[in-house]
Design a protein around this ligand. Structure first.
Ligand code: GLU
Length: 284
């Protein structure tokens, strides 16, 4: 009796699995079935991967996220027909952005996410909506004036990021320390356990301006890369990617891109950059 019931249960399980496999729950192969355009219009919801500890860009305070990336996410959501209340923010770190997209834990990623050929093998990118550049954050009294000055010095960056990779490949004499977030690097700089932090200039500027660090650190100001920020989504979702670029084009001309900047990073007085719509990806 017992065996029979177990067998029946196993059979039911197998049937359920088979049904799930045929049910089209998975999206592989067809960007359309599970793409963000279709999902947004049917669910009026969008799950967005963002950073939580990058002031001015993506910062979580209690349950609220603020920053330029968050404003960009709101523009994309609105363009897809998703109200602000339909956006769910999910904290990402640099190293889990591709897996979060691939596994469907997020619909899109807006998280200081540089478009690279390597990453394009795993995900698709709309944008760029901003071009940052790799730079260094050092104590005010430091004599380091650029990446060449890192030889023999301890420099902190984040695993899975383009700046960490660049140090490993182009500045091999630097002693690279990696954490999973830049705020941990900045803490290490504050403790004196590293000599510099490296990532995008715009991220470093946000930390330097934080109340607790004012006067302690300086951004060296000699950028040594281009970091075009894209909006990551499933590799198969060409339609979604094209829609994102269309939304960005509109935002560049209707004032919403400028407003996103002015209400976040622009508060420091820096004028809004131009969103160069001729440089948007081809979504292939
Ligand atoms: N933009 C660079 C990257 O995507 C550095 C910033 C970050 O780690 O989020 O890797």
């Amino acid at each position: 009796m017992r065996i029979t019931r177990l067998t029946a249960a196993a059979g039911a399980f197998a049937l359920a699995m088979a049904a799930a496999a045929c049910g089209g729950g998975d999206d592989s192969g067809s960007g359309k079935a599970s793409g963000i355009v279709g999902k947004a219009s049917s669910d009026k919801k969008l799950v967005v991967g963002v950073k939580a500890d990058q002031p001015g860009l993506g910062l979580q305070t209690g349950g609220t996220y603020t920053g330029f990336d968050i404003e960009i996410a709101k523009i994309i959501a609105k363009g897809l027909g998703v109200p602000e209340t339909g956006i769910e923010y999910k904290t990402t770190v640099s190293s889990n952005r591709e897996p979060f997209i691939q596994q469907g834990q997020v619909d899109i990623v807006v998280a200081t996410y540089t478009i690279t050929d390597d990453r394009k093998k795993a995900v698709n990118f709309g944008g760029p909506y901003y071009v940052a550049g790799q730079d260094l954050l050092v104590p005010t009294a430091s004599t380091i004036t650029g990446p060449e000055g890192l030889a023999g010095k301890k420099v902190c960056s984040v695993s899975g990021s383009t700046p960490a990779k660049r140090i490993q490949t182009e500045y091999k004499d630097a002693k690279l320390q990696q954490f999973d977030s830049y705020s941990k690097c900045v803490q290490a700089l504050s403790d004196g356990s590293v000599d510099a932090v490296t990532t995008d200039d715009i991220i470093l500027a946000g930390y330097a301006a934080q109340e607790q660090y004012v006067g302690k650190f300086k951004v060296v100001g000699k950028k040594f890369s281009d970091e075009p920020y894209g909006i990551g989504l499933k590799k198969t979702d060409k339609e979604g990617c094209e829609k994102i670029n269309e939304i960005l084009k509109t935002a560049a001309s209707d004032g919403s891109y400028k407003a996103a900047w002015d209400t976040t990073l622009g508060k420091s007085g820096q004028a809004a950059p131009t969103l160069d719509v001729t440089k948007l990806t081809n979504c292939s």
